[in-house]
Design a protein around this ligand. Structure first.
Ligand SMILES: Cc1cc2nc3c(=O)[nH]c(=O)nc-3n(C[C@H](O)[C@H](O)[C@H](O)COP(=O)(O)OP(=O)(O)OC[C@H]3O[C@@H](n4cnc5c(N)ncnc54)[C@H](O)[C@@H]3O)c2cc1C
Length: 545
């Protein structure tokens, strides 16, 4: 038999070699049986040929490397969510060649609300973010901040009841645990938000977007195109031109601090500094706020701001007005900070210096000039209906847009929806900014809706200013709160509220009702006719009017 070619052996060898090459075990097994049954030198030769082919295929696969690489930008994010997102982005590769109906840049409140509205109408929508999905409010702003404030509320409430039935001795904030409590909320946000968008059919992308033409952009070097774009890139801390500015931490860092040191300087007298200082003071720190101007919290009623500053002083918060920071130097254990007050320089020592000196639209990295989109330090230049004044394909919403709306979450959501609606229907609807309330979540909270008193006077309204010290009212007596007041501005000619300013516990809820009344154009007579559950803070609203 040796030297002859057996048909069974050759067929077996061929089938076996095919099984080996293709990695099909059944073929390999059958072929081997056949080859063994009619074994010849020719069979051995064919098996050897099959093995050589297989070795060659394996070498080629190794030389090519992995089939696809994760995107470099996503590699920055080490969470499980990001790994998942990388995989998704890889799957999205074919979209690069596609013309999307909309690409929303920024997966915060404005971008997400526009994306979900447009995809619900059957548009092909993609959204991109350079950071994990969720945006500022959910991950680095409103939500985490108010979770930390809960600890401070409890400490303060207990202190207010000292001698009134509560012995608060030993009660304190465990900062590390409070931060863990915050993470319990924030950590799942990116994944759930991205999954939700994907479930609705939105293409979720990751990376830094940069325009390359009027309807083209790149995301970390990968090209995309669309008929419409929404710029919803939010804001970032305004750069401070002070020697040693690199030692400042920003609001995001503050919300992630693992330990809270005692001596903290907040630069800037805006709402972020005030809210953080009120939390830090109840957590045992001695916060100082410096503000360049004579009056902090300029967007709020000055009379109520003065009451709040005094209440804060009782809790250990120092406010330095008309004081500018002129330099920060690192020392062994902290920082020397030079402060200028009316030409006099002093140096004070702090453990931490926090940037609370305002935010500016996040636009510099977008290369808006490449898309012919006009912008300045106030944001993307848009018409009232949120379309770019220079590129009709581009709309903007939220903190990144130069609109009459304040940089607030409800404004971002509303503008995102209006921009989406205008893109979908080719309309020019202008967002309704009337009656959007805002709050500074200090303790107690300071709130506002509508005009400031000086704005109402400047508008020439026949104004009835109803100011009341509400600290002795039932709701505040009950909690022991010492500082509370209400200022309601009523247009005598219409009996409608044009502005309201409240300082007191739970007044953040009360201001919502007044906001609704302003939006619906209710008169104070109509508002007073509503019945509230008693005794609630809301039941005191009628007495404020
Ligand atoms: C500490 C703090 C507390 C706050 N508290 C409140 C509050 O209590 N109530 C309230 O109403 N408002 C509050 N705000 C303001 C509120 O968070 C913002 O107004 C709101 O989040 C703006 O939403 P947005 O969608 O415009 O932008 P954002 O939510 O900021 O989203 C923008 C997204 O765009 C992404 N992005 C930017 N550039 C690019 C790019 N080139 N490519 C890809 N992605 C990009 C960013 O990563 C970001 O995720 C707070 C803000 C801060 C900082």
């Amino acid at each position: 038999m040796r030297g002859r070619i057996s048909t069974v052996g050759v067929t077996g060898a061929l089938v076996g070699a095919l099984g080996l090459c293709c990695g099909i075990p059944v073929l390999l097994a059958l072929g081997s049986l056949g080859a063994l049954a009619g074994i010849t030198w020719g069979s051995w030769l064919l098996i050897a040929l099959g093995l050589v082919t297989l070795a060659f295929r394996i070498r080629r696969r190794h030389a090519r490397g992995p089939r696809s690489l994760p995107h470099a930008s996503c590699a920055r994010h080490t969470t499980k969510t990001s790994t998942l997102s990388q995989t998704r982005t890889q799957e999205r590769t074919p979209d690069m060649a596609k013309n999307h109906d909309l690409i929303a840049i920024g997966a915060g409140m404005a971008g997400v609300s526009a994306a979900t509205k447009c995809v619900a109408q059957g548009w092909d929508v993609a959204i991109v973010d350079a950071l994990p999905y969720g945006g500022t409010c959910a991950l680095r702003g409103c939500d985490p901040k108010k979770i930390l404030r809960r600890g401070a509320e409890i400490i303060d409430s207990a202190r207010l009841m000292r001698g009134k039935g509560i012995d608060e001795g030993g009660l304190s904030i465990n900062w590390a645990d409070l931060i863990k409590h915050k993470h319990g909320f924030t950590d799942p946000v990116p994944r759930s938000m991205e999954d939700n968008l994907a479930r609705h059919g939105v293409h979720t992308l990751h990376g830094q977007a940069r325009f390359t033409g009027s309807n083209r952009l790149e995301i970390d070097g990968r090209p995309y195109q669309a008929t419409h774009f929404l710029i919803a890139t939010g804001a970032r801390p305004r750069p401070l031109d002070v020697p040693g500015h690199e030692h400042l931490i920003d609001s995001t860092d503050f919300l992630n601090l693992e330990a809270l040191p005692p001596r903290i300087l907040f630069v800037g007298g805006g709402f972020i500094s005030f809210e953080f200082a009120h939390i830090a003071a109840r957590a045992g720190a001695r916060p100082v706020i410096v503000d360049r101007g004579p009056r902090p919290l300029k967007a709020f009623d000055p009379d109520l701001v003065e009451l709040l500053v005094a209440r804060g002083a009782d809790s250990g918060i120092e406010v330095q007005r008309s004081t500018a920071i002129t330099g920060i130097t690192k020392t062994g254990g902290g920082y020397h900070v030079s402060l200028d007050h009316s030409g006099q320089t002093t140096t004070r020592e702090f453990d931490l210096v926090v940037h609370g000196a305002g935010r500016t639209p996040e636009l510099a990295s977008l290369d808006l000039d490449a898309a012919g989109v006009a912008w300045d330090e106030h944001g993307v230049n848009v018409a009232g209906h949120l379309q770019s004044t220079t590129n009709p394909a581009v709309y903007a919403a939220g903190d990144a847009a130069d609109t009459p709306g304040m940089p607030l979450t409800p404004v971002a959501v509303s503008e995102g929806k209006v921009a989406a609606s205008n893109m979908l229907k080719d309309t020019t609807t202008v967002p309704d900014y009337a009656g959007i309330p805002t709050a500074v979540f200090t303790i107690p909270e300071l709130t506002r809706v509508g005009m400031l008193e000086h704005e109402a006077h400047e508008a020439g309204l026949d104004l009835d200013v109803r100011y009341q010290d509400t600290s002795g009212w039932y709701s505040n007596y009950r909690t022991g709160e010492t500082t509370a007041a209400a200022k309601v501005l009523i247009d005598r000619s219409t009996d409608q509220i044009v502005g309201a300013h409240l300082l007191g516990p739970e007044y953040g809820e009360l201001i919502n009702t007044i906001g609704l009344a302003i939006k619906l154009g209710l008169t104070t007579r109509q508002l007073k006719s509503a019945t509230a559950a008693y005794p609630t803070v809301g039941s005191e609203l009628a007495a404020m009017l």
